[in-house]
Structure formats: structure tokens, C-alpha cells
Design a protein around this ligand. Structure first.
Ligand code: SF4
Length: 128
């Protein structure tokens, strides 16, 4: 193999390697550039401590009373992913009707071995 051809192949491999590397890291490089320019690579952070986490479903006021979040509602449902048929709690945004989060229903006997008795008021269960 003559030197010109060898040099051409080496250059081609080097350019191909650099191109593959650049293509593989293009998204990461974009995130780095966005982070440097905008201060974040994704959605702007709403809260310095809680980030972009969901608003809580309820809170406790200074008197210790439970205050539900007026922007959300909870609907009981069931998962049909398998034969267990777990009970679920579906948190829904009141304005958009989007589902915010799905979690297990602690009242549902198929969701937990030690489920909360049905006669327990929701407020008491939340406070517990
Ligand atoms: S959540 Fe329950 S019903 Fe749904 S897939 Fe898992 S075990 Fe099955």
C-alpha cells in the first residue's frame, strides 16, 4: 500500500471517528450550551428547594388542620395491569384535567396487606 493511500485511509478514519463522537455527544453538548446560556438545560426551575416537583395534594396549616390543594382532585381507580387489580389514587389537575400522579390507594385491600379500614375518615388517614 503506498503512503498516499495509507494517509487517505488514516485521515478518513480520524474524520469518521471525530464525526461519530460529535454525533454521539450532540445532545449532551446542546444541554451543556443551554445550561451555560439559560442557567438550565431543561425546564426552568420554579423553586430553589423543590425544583419542579408537583404541588402537594394537601398541607397542614399552623393549627394542624388539613388543607386540600384547591387546584387538584383525587379520583379512586384501579389498575388493570394484572390479576391483582390494585386500587389506585389518581391526582388530577382541576384546570387541565391532566393526570398528575397515580399512586396506590391505602384503603384498598388489594393494594396493601395492612390497608386502612374503610371507616377511617380520609382526613384522619392523611393526618396519620
Ligand atoms: S399495580 Fe397492581 S394491578 Fe397494576 S400491574 Fe402492578 S400489581 Fe398488577
Amino acid at each position: 500500500m503506498d503512503n498516499k493511500r495509507r494517509q487517505f485511509l488514516k485521515t478518513g478514519l480520524a474524520v469518521g471517528g471525530v464525526g461519530a463522537f460529535a454525533a454521539g455527544y450532540a445532545v449532551t453538548a446542546k444541554h451543556m450550551a443551554d445550561g451555560a446560556i439559560k442557567g438550565t438545560a431543561g425546564q426552568a426551575t420554579r423553586d430553589i428547594h423543590h425544583g419542579n416537583s408537583l404541588e402537594p395534594e394537601y398541607s397542614l396549616n399552623t393549627a394542624g388542620n388539613l388543607v386540600p390543594n384547591p387546584n387538584q382532585r383525587v379520583a379512586p381507580s384501579m389498575c388493570f395491569g394484572c390479576w391483582t387489580l390494585c386500587g389506585l389514587r389518581v391526582r388530577i389537575d382541576n384546570q387541565s384535567d391532566d393526570i398528575l400522579r397515580i399512586s396506590g390507594n391505602p384503603y384498598h385491600p388489594l393494594s396493601h396487606e395492612q390497608h386502612i379500614p374503610f371507616e377511617t375518615p380520609v382526613k384522619q388517614a392523611y393526618l396519620a
